[in-house]
Design a protein around this ligand. Structure first.
Ligand SMILES: [Zn+2]
Length: 372
């Protein structure tokens, strides 16, 4: 579970993303201001649905829902590349307008329209679906993310797809439809909102809030708050909070008896780098990852990958590596990466999202490596 440092390159990318989404979403701020006015009208009905009752929302309290949307409009120009460290300030300002009401409990019925959740209205106005389809895949591609950011076990591939749009030729009734094929990028993954859009709809198109993941992890996460984002900023006290390990006894057996078979990797908190954890709802980050995503169960099925990794570790001793690396250089293979060849995947931490199981392989390689 690797994270990406928000450096100048990433900030520039987020700034480009903001420009790109403007071309597909239209004037969101004006639409939000329009909704603010609609919510003030007597013809608009507002309901608050808690688990045990449904209340029509009345009087001055109408104002708070309208003000909430007005606050989002006021922040719109900064909201799509707002840094995670700035979330709290903006969240308390916007959510503060609702007082004790939770946004996912608010239903709105505008005149002539169906009753629908307020957050859905906001997500719709902010154009999330268009952004997801037409803008995000090119950024996932630029970020070189090719695996689920939560499990690092499933692929998350962006590829060129053909968007086929059909239209009937104008002025020629009865003519067959003409198919227009527009090549664009599409993604074989789902997009998780780190801050769920039902609770923080105004962050639905925030660059740093969108995390490509496999459908299994996305369905498991649902609207759960998880204190883990793939992005971190300079000065983050915990840029690498998780790592994989095998048990210390397995390491000893590997070095002393050559044991490679039947070794199951598991996820640990960085603070306790070889301690196996349980799955717990409100536990440490590793415990929560296991509770939500079943990480240890998934990785237990990859003991053959660990076995091959350990074979390589035994075969490529320091002596063999130095003796053969110069021979490999003579083969003149373009951009040959000896470390990648030995590990069977990318050896650098920042490349772990390029291929499934890479974080696990890097961590266990490091754990069993002995300086010779
Ligand atoms: Zn996943």
């Amino acid at each position: 579970m690797r994270r990406i440092l928000i450096d100048k390159r990433i900030k520039d990318m987020a700034a480009d993303y903001v420009k790109d989404i403007q071309t597909v979403v239209g004037d969101v701020e004006a639409c939000l201001r329009n909704l603010t006015e609609e919510l003030k009208k007597q013809t608009t009905k507002i309901y608050v649905c808690t688990a045990d009752n449904v209340n029509r929302y009345k009087g001055d309290e109408y104002q708070s829902v309208s003000k909430y949307v007005g606050k989002i409009a006021g922040h719109y120009d900064e909201i799509n590349n707002l840094l995670p460290s700035q979330y709290d300030g903006v969240m308390s300002e916007i959510d503060g307008e609702l007082g004790t009401i939770k946004v996912d409990e608010v239903l709105v019925k505008l005149r002539g329209k169906k009753k629908q959740p307020l957050y859905e209205l906001i997500v719709d106005i902010m154009g999330y679906n268009k952004v997801r389809k037409e803008v995000l895949p090119q950024y996932v591609n630029k970020l070189e993310i090719k695996t689920c950011v939560y499990c690092n076990a499933q692929f998350a591939i962006t590829t060129l797809i053909e968007d086929v749009r059909e239209k009937i030729m104008l002025g020629k009734p009865g003519r067959p439809k003409k198919a227009i094929v527009i090549p664009r990028l599409g993604g074989y993954y789902e997009m998780d909102h780190n801050k769920p859009k039902s609770k923080y709809p105004y962050l639905c198109t925030n660059f740093y809030n969108l995390q490509p993941c496999c459908s299994s992890c996305n369905k498991r996460k649902l609207t759960r708050d998880l204190p883990f984002s793939i992005y971190y900023e300079e000065g983050d006290p915990d840029p690498a909070p998780l790592r994989f390990a095998i048990s210390p006894q397995d390491v000893i057996d590997f070095h002393t008896k050559g044991k490679c078979k039947g070794i199951k990797p598991y996820l640990c908190d960085e603070a306790n780098p070889t301690k196996r954890v349980r799955a717990r709802k409100n536990g440490t980050l590793a415990e929560r990852f296991n509770y939500i995503f079943d990480i240890d169960k998934i990785y237990a099925e990859h003991e053959d990958e660990v076995e091959e990794l350990l074979w390589r570790n035994r075969i490529y001793t320091h002596g063999i590596v130095s003796a053969t690396s110069s021979q490999f250089k003579d083969l003149q293979i373009e951009d040959f990466d000896f470390g990648r060849y030995i590990l069977g995947t990318y050896p650098n931490r920042e490349d772990a999202l390029k291929r499934p199981l890479t974080a696990m392989k890097q961590d266990i390689w490091k754990q069993v490596k002995k300086d010779e």
